[in-house]
Design a protein around this ligand. Structure first.
Ligand code: SF4
Ligand code: SF4
Length: 56
């Protein structure tokens, strides 16, 4: 299981600093989560202003 970031992302960057395993990085059109690194903690979803990170 891993979270993924939907197209709702406004690239604010808030989630990147919250991820304990540094699975989040800025992509071309939105921030992206490395599914192999994500430990499914939900921290990114709790800080996102637009609820873009969603559990798969
Ligand atoms: Fe990082 Fe947790 Fe979000 Fe996965 S769910 S990307 S581990 S903050
Ligand atoms: Fe995108 Fe939400 Fe992360 Fe901001 S906190 S970069 S809107 S996913």
């Amino acid at each position: 299981m891993a979270y993924f970031i939907t197209e709702e992302c406004i690239s604010c960057g808030a989630c990147e600093a919250e991820c304990p395993v540094e699975a989040i990085s800025a992509g071309d059109e939105r921030y992206v989560i490395d599914a192999d690194t994500c430990i499914d903690c939900g921290s990114c979803a709790s800080v996102c202003p637009v609820e873009a990170p969603q559990p798969k």
